[in-house]
Every structure is written in C-alpha cells, then in structure tokens.
Design a protein around this ligand. Structure first.
Ligand SMILES: Nc1nc2c(c(=O)[nH]1)N[C@H]1C(S)=C(S)[C@@H](COP(=O)(O)O)O[C@H]1N2
Ligand SMILES: [Mo]
Length: 224
C-alpha cells in the first residue's frame, strides 16, 4: 500500500538498476557525440525505436486507488491547489500524440495522451514572477526537477490516459507527468506534488549524475 511507500526515501534502496545507472552516468555510457535536430530527424542521436512500452522505475510501484490519489501544487504560486481525481478531471482536458525518448536509449513514437496541459494548470495556480523551476514529487519517493520553461512546454501534460485507456499502475497511474521534448526520466510517474521554486533543486537521478535539463537532441544524458 502507498502508506508504506509514500514516505520512504528511494536513496535508501540502492537496487542493482540504480547502481548500474549511476555507473553509466560516471562513464558517460551511450554518448555518441552526434547532434540531431527535431525539425529534420525524428530519432535523437544514440536512440533506437521500440514498439512495446518498457516499464522503468525504482522498483516500488505505489498502489494508489483512484479515490486516494491527491495532487498538491504549491510553492511560489498565487493559488495553491489540492486536487482529487474528480477535480483534476474537471480541469480543461487536452489530447496530444507525442514521442518518448528514454536515456537508456529506447524511443517510442506516437503515444496518445489525455489529461491537463501544464500551461492550463499554470493558468489556474498562477506562478509568481520569482518562480523559475519546479520540483516534482511522486508517491514512490521519486523526485525530478525542471526549469519552468520546460515544464510549461506547449505539449507537456499531466496525463491520466494512454491510447484511450486509464494509465496503468506500472506506467504511473492514476496521473503522471509527460514532458515529450526531454528524456523520459523527467516525466514523473505517480505524481503527488508540484512545487514552484525560485532556484533549481536536484531530483533523484539529477543527484546521481544525470543532466539537470535532459535534452535528447543534444544528448544531455549526464552532467559534466
Ligand atoms: N515516480 C517515478 N517516476 C519516474 C521514475 C521512477 O522511478 N519513479 N522513473 C523515470 C524513468 S528513469 C523513466 S525512463 C520513466 C519510465 O516510465 P515508464 O515506466 O512508463 O516507461 O519514468 C520516469 N518517471
Ligand atoms: Mo529512464
């Protein structure tokens, strides 16, 4: 149950995958040194296409019945919100079809998402002028950070559905973030809280050597 996993720090669980990924960050694994452009190339450098949708996380998939899911949006905002799933679904809904690029080199094209655009969320909470970054908190203890401009990308969304079906627990249901133009580790599953901040604060993978921004087109896989 989420009661057991909500408060636990994922850093206390150095799984084999976590250690392997930390080593990749140290070694600069998968870097090709090539640069691609989203206008002319659809597949970023060093990526290969997959047809299925892999599941990647820290190994703790919180069990969140839709009735128990809550989202807090707070920090430097005029109008903090505390939503349940009904309130989330009452907000303006949108659909987007976008590609996934995971730093572990798989990409998946044409994912159909439904949910609330981050821009529509920002219209509701009204970030203050001093807000320049967001930190996302998830129910498994995961965190990830984003500059405000990336969070506010026109195709970035808080999604509840994929291909017309409710997002599964394995893929971050009831609600996850999707930021299509950055590596997929920025797209927090089991979203719990969005905090607007004046300055950058590193998230789980960013603290372990992953890039602060994570642009797949310039292979921002790891920090220098
Ligand atoms: N809450 C949470 N979100 C997360 C992660 C995680 O461990 N916990 N892993 C990230 C990573 S590294 C990837 S590649 C994607 C994987 O999403 P998927 O399992 O739906 O493919 O989720 C991202 N969001
Ligand atoms: Mo990932």
């Amino acid at each position: 149950m989420s009661d057991e996993t909500e408060g636990s720090a994922p850093s206390a669980l150095p799984t084999k995958l976590t250690r392997t990924k930390e080593r990749w960050a140290e070694e600069g694994k998968f870097l090709t040194g090539r640069v691609a452009r989203p206008e002319s190339d659809r597949l970023p450098p060093g990526q290969h296409l997959v047809k299925d949708w892999p599941v990647l996380d820290l190994g703790l998939q919180p069990m969140l019945p839709p009735s128990r899911w809550r989202l807090d949006v707070d920090g430097l905002v005029e109008n903090p919100i505390h939503w349940d799933l009904d309130a989330f679904k009452a907000a303006p809904q949108s659909t987007e079809v976008t590609d996934i690029h995971c730093v572990t080199t798989w990409s998946r094209y044409d994912n159909r998402w439904e949910g609330v655009r981050t821009r529509d969320l920002m219209d509701l909470v009204r970030p203050r002028a001093e807000a320049h970054f967001v930190l996302l908190y998830s129910y498994d203890g995961y965190t990830t950070n984003l500059p405000l401009e990336d969070f506010a990308a026109p195709d970035a969304m808080l999604v509840h559905s994929w291909e017309g079906e409710p997002l599964t627990r394995a893929h971050g249901g009831p609600v996850r973030l999707v930021v299509p133009h950055l590596y997929f580790w920025k797209s927090a599953k089991w979203l719990k809280r969005i905090e607007f901040l004046p300055a950058d604060k590193l998230g789980f993978w960013e603290e372990r050597g992953y890039h602060e921004r994570g642009d797949p087109w310039t292979e921002q896989r790891y920090s220098e």
